[in-house]
Structure formats: C-alpha cells, structure tokens
Write a protein that binds this ligand. Structure first.
Ligand code: NAP
Length: 304
C-alpha cells in the first residue's frame, strides 16, 4: 500500500509529485495521456512567475514533468476506471491493476464545456474544436470563429490571428472576463472582429463539415451568419469528477469542496487544482494547491 496516489498529471498533480518525492513518500502519479493537462494546450503563458518573456504551455509542462522525474517521481500512464475512496485503504482501479494507498490527491482537472448545440458532437474534428493550439493550424489562411469571453477565448483569438485570414470573436455579453491586457492585444489586431453581445444558436454545415455559424443578438434576437470553416469553443470548463461523484462532496458548480489545506470531506482524500473549489484557476494556483495537498497528506499520515 502506497502512502499516496496522485491522480492526474496537470500542474496540480505534477507539483504534488515534486513535493511528494522531496518528502520521501512512497507514491505514484497516474496520468491517462500526456502530462501537462490544460496548461499544455495553452500557446503562451505570461503569468507564471519566473519567466520574464513568458513560456510556452508545453514547454512549462515538460519542465515540470522532468523536474518530478529527476526527483524520482514514478509516473504510471494508465486510465483510471474506478476509485474507492471511502475506506482507510483507498483503491484506484486502472485497466491493468488495482493500486492501494493510505491517501489520494485528486488532480484530474477540468475539460472544455460544450455549448450543447445540435450537431456539436458530430462536427467535433470536422470544424469544431476546443483547442486552438492543437487544431488552429488546419485553418491557415481560412476564416475561424471563437466563442467565449474569458482568457481562453481571447488567447485563442490572438493565436489564430497569426495565420487565419479572419477571426471572429463572438461573446454573449459586451464585457469580457479576460484579463485587460489580453483584451488590449486582441483589439489591436486588424484581422480579429469582435461581435458582442451575440450568442451562437446553430452550426452550419456542408458535406459533414462546418461551413458557418448562426448567431443571435442577445438583446434584439436578430440572427446573423458568420462565415467560418473552424469554430473554436472556449465556453469555460467542467470539472472531471465522474469517478468520484457520490464519494466526495461537490459544490453547486460541481467542483470538489476543499478546505484551505485542500482536504475533502473524506479523510485521506485531497483535491488540488482546477477540479477543486478555488477562487482562481491558473497554473500558479494549481501548483500551489498540489504543494498544499502534499503537506496535508504528510500531516494525515503522521496522524494515522
Ligand atoms: P471562463 O473564464 O469560465 O470563460 C468562459 C466564457 O465562455 C465566458 O466569457 C462565458 O460567458 C462564456 N460562455 C459560457 N457558456 C457559454 C455559452 N453556453 N454560450 C456562449 N458563451 C458561453 O473560461 P476560460 O476562459 O476557459 O478560463 C477558465 C479558467 O482558466 C479561468 O480561471 C481563467 O482565468 C483561466 N485561464 C487562465 C489563462 C492564463 O492566465 N494564461 C489562460 C486560460 C485560462 P460569460 O462571461 O457571459 O459568463
């Protein structure tokens, strides 16, 4: 039985792994794909301290992973299928094995929130994307639309504007949530058009591929057509709590409730980063959460 199992290899999980390794804990970090989480889908990160010119999301994630590996963190690349968290012996069941631990740090992060419009699932990969840095290049010299008004939407617009002919940023309110500096940068770009307050109402398609978007004015209800071959949806995120729902307490928005020590309501179960309740969801806060969670794990193990 391990001291702790860390589930998820985004910034929160990687930071937890660095702290667990340095604390000399017997642990493993389990990641289903590649380490880095949502940070690795961000083109450029300007607000993670220590990098005067900013740093690429993939570069930052890889540096964190290498740092954890250099400290001896054991990585398991397996998909977790079930978790049994309520007993003293926590069970993490993957495709190939059942792992047990005295404590668990849940750091599965969040995933992009779909708009829920008709055809969204079928057109995924055929014009609809949730990751501009992953798929943006397919729309080189083409027209693209971005939906949302947060940091992700404005960063996506900035990134796409580098090689798309035209980018239309559609947001349902006149005020953006995104950082002021991002808004300033976007407003300066000649090939980015801001359309507010408009909400998307229908995806237009031709031969199974996106050919445009119908939007509706949020106040007048008047509809308009936006010409685009790519639609990048940046409408926020949903916490990845499917495997723990019913075991740990969630808040109204579905995030795992934690206290200042990142403890959940279940003894020995901690949650860190975007999956947990926090006033700010950034790489820097996810990393801090991972560190705090491991200090909580250490205190819990001593108590035991
Ligand atoms: P977000 O801040 O939650 O913004 C989501 C946006 O989508 C909002 O503008 C929202 O509109 C809009 N929206 C939601 N549902 C919609 C719908 N059904 N139809 C149309 N629009 C819809 O999400 P995010 O931009 O992905 O950011 C998530 C977190 O990550 C934030 O804490 C953010 O600061 C952080 N982040 C940080 C960085 C960075 O610091 N470099 C980069 C990316 C993300 P309303 O505004 O009207 O609600």
């Amino acid at each position: 039985m391990k001291d702790v199992l860390i589930i998820g290899g985004g910034p929160a999980g990687l930071s937890a792994a660095i702290y667990a390794a340095r604390a000399g804990l017997d642990f493993a970090i389990i990641e289903q794909m590649a380490a880095g989480g949502q940070a690795a889908t961000t083109q450029h990160i300007e607000n993670y301290p220590g990098f005067a010119e900013g740093i690429g999301g993939v570069e930052l994630a890889m540096a964190m992973q290498t740092q954890a590996e250099n400290l001896g963190a054991p990585f398991l690349y397996e998909q977790v299928q079930k978790m049994e968290l309520l007993g003293a012996e926590k069970k993490i069941i993957t495709e190939g094995q059942t792992l047990t631990a005295r404590s668990v740090v849940l750091a599965m992060g969040a995933r992009p929130r779909p708009l829920g419009l008709q055809g969204e699932e079928e057109l995924r990969g055929k014009g609809i994307s949730y990751c501009a840095t992953c798929d943006g290049f397919f729309y080189k010299n083409k027209e693209a639309a971005v939906i949302g008004g947060g940091d992700t939407a404005l960063e996506d617009a900035l990134y796409l504007a580098r090689f798309c002919k035209q980018v239309t940023l559609i947001h349902r309110r006149n005020e953006f949530r995104a950082a002021g500096r991002l808004q300033e940068k976007v407003r300066k770009l000649e090939n980015v058009k801001l359309l507010t307050p408009y909400r998307p109402v229908a995806f237009e398609q031709e031969d199974g591929y996106v050919s445009g978007l119908t939007i509706e004015h949020a106040k007048t209800g008047q509809t308009e057509h936006v010409c685009c071959e790519g639609i990048f949806i940046a409408a926020g995120t949903l916490p990845q709590t499917q495997l723990v729902n019913g075991q740990v307490a969630l808040d109204e928005a579905g995030y795992i409730k934690t206290d200042a020590y990142k403890r959940t309501n279940v003894p020995g179960v901690f949650a860190a980063g975007d999956i947990s309740t926090t006033p700010l969801r950034q790489v820097v806060t996810a990393c801090a959460d991972g560190a705090v969670a491991i200090s909580g794990v250490e205190a819990f193990l001593i108590q035991q």
